[in-house]
Design a protein around this ligand. Structure first.
Ligand code: XMP
Length: 510
């Protein structure tokens, strides 16, 4: 439930209604009853409504500042933002009165609260006062022509403020903002109730006493956490399969094996398929054809393994998948979702082989999956690793995938990761990777002039995957990466940096 503290706004009830429309219970309370209600009800979130007063006015409604240390996400709207500023030692002045439409420009998309918002949109303003400074823990996420502090956040404490009114119809994307806030509240609450034993018990109940479960472990966080959980729940009746198809990052196989070794008695089956897959990919340049070949090959390998297991007396009945809550939601909207999941989670398999799906992480958000992973003993660097596409390097090599180009991209990739780590920003970015562009340019090394392949570096930040921006990496770091790639990777003539947002460009090049 989310509590809306009513500071007298005509639209306070509308806020509560909008929250209810998002499927969350919401109650209005008066400021003087708020603390008591919050202590009793333990809401997931608190919204401060707008109001007609000025925060410095006589008898202006206020609230006990202790509320900011309850650890509950807070969203201040209009007067709610101004009161937040005043109580936390910001500054509010009587500004230019503003009633009606205004354009807000979003300057920072780093946090979940801005997910899905466009760079510019029309909002409804209705205020006489204005915030002109906030404590340093707050950052400005958006401004209008007259109001610099139109949208602010203290991401650590999950305290947000907006000068305009997201609850009214005339504010474009107001619903998106409120939905983002609700999601933030939900994540914070569900964090407290992860019960690993209960998840394991559910797996045991579903699988029963005798059946076997197989699952692909590709080295991604979700499939690994799901795998380790299942290994803990049913021991050796879980059979993880790692397909070494030659398209994965260096060291992936070792990392996966180590994790299972460290956390359970289960050992993944490793199937060597690099030669066969490269043979199948020979001469193929079309990205979708590559994806199809890789996907089909994966299914063939799985089928063979499954037949082997069944004929050795192991009745495999379930297929483990690392589906998480955002996959469930995104599959309704994301362009790639069905494709991603159909490859990554070996879609087509359960039906073809009459397997039942086992999806123990289906109800959990990404950060909860990470938390489960930590509690299962999976190392932090593994848990915070970048997502890596199912078809691996094949979709980062424009044109034909060859052993030689795979070797080059792997070397370049390692250089990028090493340098980002040295610079201490590896975990701040979503994905970083070189692309073998298939374009060629001239370079001179020593006295020798040669024509070598151009590598493009793509480094991106995103919260929602649907939209992304390129990382503003320091020039010196870019220089270092570029120098190392052209010097250390044979046959590379040039490194360029991709400065295109998504949309229109996708994150991957293919
Ligand atoms: P795009 O390129 O669509 O990427 O902006 C969004 C996210 O999806 C990943 N991606 C894939 N993952 N199979 C996968 O498992 C695929 O075919 C695929 N294509 C894109 C991409 O790495 C990014 O995280």
């Amino acid at each position: 439930m989310i509590v809306v503290v009513d500071f007298g706004s005509q639209t306070a009830h509308l806020i509560a209604r909008r929250i209810k429309e998002l499927g969350i219970h919401s109650d209005l309370v008066l400021p003087e009853q708020a603390i008591e209600t919050i202590k009793k009800e333990k809401p997931a979130g608190i919204i401060f409504s707008g109001g007609p007063s000025s925060v410095y006015g006589k008898n202006a409604p206020t609230i006990d500042p202790a509320i900011f240390s309850f650890g509950i996400p807070i969203l201040g709207i209009c007067y709610g933002l101004q009161l937040t500023a005043k109580l936390l030692s910001g500054e509010v002045v009587s500004g230019k009165k503003e009633y009606g439409p205004a354009t807000v420009k979003i300057s920072n998309f780093k946090f979940q609260i801005s997910n899905g918002l466009p760079e510019e949109f029309i909002v409804w303003m209705s205020h006489g006062d204005e915030v002109v400074s906030m404590p340093k823990e707050f950052v400005i996420l958006g401004s209008s022509k007259h109001v610099q502090y139109a949208f602010v956040a203290n991401e650590d404490k999950k305290i947000y403020g907006i000068q305009f009114h997201p609850e009214v119809e005339h504010t474009e994307h107001g619903g998106v903002l409120l939905k983002n806030f609700v999601e933030i509240c939900k994540e914070k609450v569900s964090h407290h109730v992860i019960d690993i034993q209960a998840i394991e018990k559910k797996i045991q109940e579903k699988v029963g006493e005798r059946a076997y479960v197989i699952g692909a472990v590709s080295g991604g966080v979700d499939s690994t956490v799901a795998g380790v959980l299942t290994a803990k729940a049913i021991g050796k009746r879980f059979i993880p399969i790692y397909v070494d198809n030659g398209l994965m990052r260096e060291g992936t196989e070792e990392r996966v094996k180590n994790i299972f070794h460290k956390t359970s008695s289960v050992k993944p089956i490793v199937v060597r398929e690099e030669r066969e897959l490269l043979r199948q990919l020979h001469g193929i340049k079309d990205p979708e054809k590559k994806r199809r070949i890789i996907g089909k090959h994966y299914i063939d390998v799985f089928e063979k393994q499954m037949q082997k297991l069944v004929s050795s007396g192991k009745p495999v009945k379930f297929l483990l998948q690392g589906t998480i809550y955002s996959d469930v939601i995104e599959s309704q909207g994301s362009k790639h979702a069905s494709k991603i999941k159909s490859h990554h989670n070996v879609g087509g398999l359960p039906k073809k082989m009459k397997l039942t799906l086992l999806e123990p992480l289906r109800e959990f958000y990404k950060d909860e999956v990470r938390e489960i992973g930590r509690r299962l003993g999976i190392p932090e660097e593994f848990i915070r690793q970048q997502p890596f596409p199912g078809p691996g390097y094949a979709i980062r090599i424009r044109g034909e995938v060859t052993k030689d180009r795979l070797k080059k991209i792997r070397m370049a990739d390692r250089i990028v990761l090493e340098e980002l780590e040295k610079a201490g920003i590896l975990f701040d970015i979503f994905q970083s990777f070189p692309v073998m562009t298939g374009a060629y340019s001239t370079a001179v090394k020593g006295d020798e002039k040669f024509f070598g392949e151009v590598v493009c570096l793509r480094v991106i930040e995103t919260k929602d995957i649907m939209t992304a921006v390129w990382s503003r990496l320091p020039y010196d770091l870019l220089q270092k990466i570029s120098s190392r790639i052209v010097n250390e990777v044979p046959g590379i003539s040039r490194v360029v940096y991709d400065i295109t947002t998504k949309p229109p460009a996708t994150m991957e090049w293919e």
